[in-house]
Write a protein that binds this ligand. Structure first.
Ligand SMILES: Cc1cc2nc3c(=O)[nH]c(=O)nc-3n(C[C@H](O)[C@H](O)[C@H](O)COP(=O)(O)OP(=O)(O)OC[C@H]3O[C@@H](n4cnc5c(N)ncnc54)[C@H](O)[C@@H]3O)c2cc1C
Length: 381
């Protein structure tokens, strides 16, 4: 066996798709159906937005998202503060059918995929991957097994910060389907944010990212999501007739990526490497690009022209700065997130244009200097 791709989510599917058909490849996943249940809000910026968001890519064709993967297309993001003040930002997004996209990309790769195959253990000394479907000793192992990566744990690199998230799939949601709604505030999404992502025809992903250390004592993610759905003044109108017909809970990395993503013959791709735009918890585009790069470098490795370490260099040159910007914003945000009144005051210093930059992982000048002023502002506010 040349390559095992361990975990076929976004990162694994895009790795499989880029791997040459001349290689002996197998993809494995514990799920019965790839991508299902959907543990994601399912939004990806359009190609036009991706050119702004990740300006250092060589090629943007990955973001020619076929219509059949799209359940909705939105035009704006509304960012709502605890006092109801709303920033309205033009931002084009695809709301995708993430499970169908993963299944289709993996199938089209032509490589074999073993479902219901769980990674049980990985021995970094013998390079053996033990699964419920046998033991694999591939020449190259792609660890694309997500934020709870078993392989990252076994290699000893699973140290990144994770945020719990919970999401309902709801019907009869009565919001503007051209808009993605993001809400911040301790009451409904301590240390994270809540979202309504319209999928079209009254369906929506409604969820929250929530970190206990930012919440009132005794509060938790389940209570917070139910408050958001039932009685939050700025979402109530949209959700008053809505009903829940699907529930998921998952975690999302909110950290910088691993300092090293190639360990001997193991490449970490996607959430397993904490590759994320951390201030908004967006990992789909990053995982698509990283998977594509991983697959192409592995092909070159088998041609004998490069070392696997080139993968590490390549994705960093193209995406690390953006992830660092996001992390900078996330840290600032964390610093003002424990008190809603203060949060509202801080956001008085931000305008719509700034918010447009922030949502695109760019740091407005005033944010660059903010970290020096926050201690002073804390005294004034
Ligand atoms: C609630 C929520 C909402 C989100 N919304 C968005 C969004 O709208 N837009 C966005 O860009 N990002 C979003 N994200 C983040 C995004 O989903 C991830 O960053 C991205 O999907 C990472 O893809 P991945 O392939 O690395 O991991 P995953 O998609 O998690 O794939 C990992 C795969 O590995 C498999 N696996 C795991 N463990 C094992 C094992 N032991 N054995 C075998 N198989 C295993 C899993 O079954 C899975 O198929 C969201 C995350 C959450 C939790």
């Amino acid at each position: 066996m040349d390559v095992v791709v361990a975990g076929i989510g976004i990162a694994g599917a895009f790795t499989l798709n880029a791997l040459s058909s001349s290689l002996d490849v197998v993809g494995i996943d514990k799920r019965e159906k790839l991508g299902y249940p959907v543990e994601c809000g399912e939004i990806i910026p359009t190609k036009k937005e991706m050119k702004i968001l990740l300006p250092d890519l060589d090629d943007y064709s990955l973001f020619d998202i076929p219509k059949r993967y799209e359940s909705n297309r939105t035009k704006e993001m509304h960012f709502i503060l605890p006092n109801g003040k709303t920033f309205e930002v033009d931002f084009d997004m695809h709301v995708i059918r993430r499970d169908e996209m993963i299944q289709d990309i993996a199938r089209k790769s032509g490589h074999k995929v073993l479902l219901k195959t769980r990674i049980v253990d990985y021995d970094k000394n013998s390079s053996e991957l033990r699964t419920t479907n046998g033991v694999f000793s591939p020449e190259v192992l792609v660890a694309s097994d997500g934020a709870n990566s078993k392989i990252a744990k076994k290699v000893g690199v699973w140290r990144y910060e994770l945020s719990p998230a919970k999401q309902y799939l709801m019907r009869n949601v009565e919001c503007d389907e051209d808009v993605i709604y993001m809400y911040i505030g301790k009451k409904i999404a301590a240390g994270g944010y809540a979202w309504i992502i319209p999928k079209g025809n009254g369906l929506a992903n409604v969820g929250i990212g929530f970190r206990k250390e930012y919440a009132e004592k005794g509060d938790n993610i389940h209570k917070a999501l139910d408050r958001f759905v039932k009685d939050y003044p700025y979402s109530k109108e949209f959700l008053k007739n809505a009903e829940v017909f699907g529930k998921i809970g998952a975690v999302v990395p909110i950290d910088l990526p691993l300092e090293k993503t190639v360990y001997d013959n193991v490449l970490f791709v996607g959430d397993s490497a904490s590759m994320i735009i951390s201030h908004v918890g967006a990992g789909i585009p990053i995982s698509m690009v990283a998977g594509n790069i991983a697959g192409r470098i592995i092909n070159e490795y088998f041609d004998g022209s490069v070392e696997l370490e080139k993968y590490d260099l390549f994705w960093r040159e193209r995406m690390l700065d953006v992830m660092k910007n996001a992390y900078f914003i996330k840290k600032l945000w964390d610093g003002i997130s424990k008190n809603d009144e203060k949060l509202v005051k801080y956001f008085k210093l931000v305008n719509n244009k700034d918010m447009g930059l922030i949502l695109r992982s760019k740091i407005p000048f005033k944010l660059k200097v903010a970290k020096y002023f926050i201690p002073v502002l804390n005294l004034i506010f």
